[in-house]
Design a protein. Structure first.
Length: 163
């Protein structure tokens, strides 16, 4: 890999992470705000539909592919003793934190809500929504949003150092 390919790889990684950041931000700034005002049945039914729609092969590639790209960039940056290697590693670690946070916080909450019958009685729906724990989900989403933004900033610094 030449430095030109490395620069292209950094740009690709930044764009890939920006796409993921957009998804996380959209959930926080739009989707969850819209769902918050709904009654329990509408909230559960809507969230279930949104969650099912996002779990697709396209999103899975979009979500996990940056790890492969960043892993290759970290390896190359360190093998070539590049000045921005630490920033690339930091971006990789931050994005891994976003993935781990998603898997540890958001996905289990999503999966729990998927098991709820939206046609259940009002008391059951209220318990299910409370068990979903919207504040915890939002905190997990904030974590993954900000660490992904941090990863983009680190990769941007690495790119700057290579120019």
């Amino acid at each position: 890999m030449t430095n030109t390919y490395f620069l292209i790889g950094l740009i690709i990684a930044i764009v890939m992470l920006a796409l993921v950041l957009g998804v996380f931000s959209l959930w926080a700034r739009t989707i969850m705000r819209a769902l918050k005002g709904m009654d329990d049945a509408a909230f559960i039914k809507s969230f279930q539909a949104l969650d099912k729609a996002i779990v697709s092969s396209v999103f899975m590639v979009q979500f996990f592919a940056p790890v492969l790209v960043l892993g290759g960039l970290v390896w190359y940056a360190y093998s070539q003793s590049m000045s921005g290697a630490g920033f690339v590693l930091a971006g990789f670690v931050l994005y891994l934190a976003a993935i781990v946070g998603t898997m540890a916080i958001n996905v289990p909450l999503n999966d729990g809500l998927q098991k709820v019958d939206p046609a259940a009685d009002k008391e059951s729906l209220a318990r299910a929504r409370k068990a979903f724990n919207e504040p915890r989900w939002m905190a997990g989403n904030a974590l993954r949003t900000y660490v992904t933004l941090g990863a983009i900033c680190c990769l941007s610094a690495a790119l700057y150092l290579q120019l």
